[in-house]
Design a protein around this ligand. Structure first.
Ligand SMILES: O=C(O)CCC(=O)C(=O)O
Ligand SMILES: [Fe+2]
Length: 426
């Protein structure tokens, strides 16, 4: 609801905007967004964008991407970003790269790497972070040094998540000589910001492979390389992939979801309504597209590629945290038609699920399939992929599974529920 008495700043911004200069329109729009007056903000951003204001063009595009103050319109968002990029904005290029990860309205083509590089050169923190994680996956001293340098640059630019990743690498001597004092110093700087320490997460570095791409070169398409899958059950199909995510990627997921965690809610399988029953006793964080950065989208593309499903079929990423005694009682991931009706019915049901364990669990927390007879123990970076439906689309009751109680320590898990058809816009 709009405040009855507008503050003086807003009144002054309105007076200035009446003169119609692009900068004044942009400033008023920005102030209105923070006050949730998004429809008016969209209109003002669009007017400033039309007058050639680059930041307003980016904001207009973002509002069109996320459906804020207007309907989602991805092709129009892309048009504004292309215009801002042509006028010299590397941040616009970054958002085009972000959109391109889904390969839908905007194609995933060679320019994505160039765009990310331009945003890295402009010291844009989300770009520095995504590039650091990309190089950090690759073996070889060059790549590892580059990863650390990029994390340092992002940290200096004020990126809290990059600082957490850097502190872990310095503490454990990953890609560098261990520097525990430097790590402690970073954690001491982060503590007043309310940043919690990360749980223990280590993943062995993948052995050097011919196809791991040239060093020092950004090649995001490496995300699409096939992975080695270990089949645990043929009906329903249950598979395991070790080391799917790197330590940096697991840490990214934990660090970005930590501040967003809320007590989990489960949906009643009959009615589709939220249940307060103790089926899932963990906490969870769901990632709305608006909080997804390029690094998070690349992690999700990697998960979808391992599950052999397009990113556009994925529901929002969910990260769960279980504390001792918490569990996810036996359940099936497919939804009743009544629940699907409320949430993109055209996307169909949950065809497949991919879960990735993010940390070392001291004891307990296995994922169990009591009917199929499979049990997977948590290991950072390890994925479990399973089918919830028969090939003809009927729900498979044998997909019953549970997250067993955590006995000691905590368990962090990232889940993507994958629909039969397109769920996301980009
Ligand atoms: O915690 C687990 O191991 C299982 C999680 C799960 O079943 C889900 O996310 O749907
Ligand atoms: Fe599940």
């Amino acid at each position: 609801m709009a405040p009855i008495v507008e503050d003086t700043t807003l009144t002054r911004l309105r007076l200035e905007a009446d003169r119609g200069t692009p900068q004044a329109l942009y400033q008023l729009a920005t102030a209105l967004v923070t006050r949730q007056e998004v429809a008016e903000a969209f209109d003002l951003h669009r007017r400033a964008a039309q007058a050639g204001h680059a930041n307003a063009q980016i904001e207009t595009a973002r509002m069109l991407m996320f459906g804020i103050g207007t309907e989602v319109d991805v092709p129009r968002a892309a048009e504004w970003l292309v215009r801002a990029e042509a006028a010299g904005s590397p941040i616009a290029g970054y958002f085009l790269a972000l959109m391109a990860v889904g390969n839908a309205s905007f194609p995933r083509e060679g320019r994505t790497n160039e765009r990310l590089l331009a945003a890295v050169n402009a010291n844009y923190p989300p770009a520095l972070r995504a590039a650091a994680i990309h190089f950090g996956r690759k073996p070889g001293e060059h790549n590892q040094t580059l990863c650390l340098q990029l994390l340092e640059r992002a940290t200096h630019a004020g990126d809290v998540v990059a600082a957490q990743l850097l502190a872990e690498r310095l503490m454990r001597g990953e890609g560098c000589i261990a520097q525990p004092e430097a790590a402690e110093e970073l954690w001491a700087q982060l503590a007043p910001l309310g940043v919690a320490r990360l749980p223990e997460i280590t993943v062995p570095m993948a052995p050097a492979q011919a196809e791991s791409g040239p060093s020092n070169t950004l090649a995001l398409e490496e995300v699409l390389q096939p992975v080695t899958v270990q089949l645990l059950s043929a009906g329903p199909r249950i598979a395991q992939v070790d080391g799917l995510l790197s330590a940096d990627e697991c840490r990214l997921l934990v660090a970005t979801s930590g501040p967003r965690l809320v007590r989990s809610r489960t949906v009643d399988p009959e009615t589709g309504l939220p249940l307060s029953l103790e089926i899932r006793t963990s906490s969870d964080a769901s990632f709305d597209p608006i909080v997804e950065d390029l690094a998070l989208r690349l992690v999700q593309l990697r998960m979808c590629t391992a599950a052999r499903v397009g990113l556009l079929q994925a529901e929002h990423l969910t990260v769960l945290r279980y504390e001792p005694g918490q569990e996810y009682r036996p359940h099936r991931d497919y939804r009743p038609p009544s629940s699907i009706e409320h949430d993109r019915p055209e996307a169909g049901n949950r065809l497949r699920t991919i879960c990735v364990y993010l940390n070392h669990v001291e004891a307990g927390g296995e994922t169990e399939f009591p009917i199929a007879g499979a049990q997977i123990s948590p290991q950072p970076g390890r994925a479990v992929i399973f089918d919830n439906l028969f090939p003809d689309g009927r729900p498979d009751p044998d997909s019953l599974h549970a997250g067993l109680p955590v006995l000691h320590g905590e368990k962090w898990l990232a889940t993507l529920w994958l629909r039969e058809r397109r769920y996301r816009y980009y």
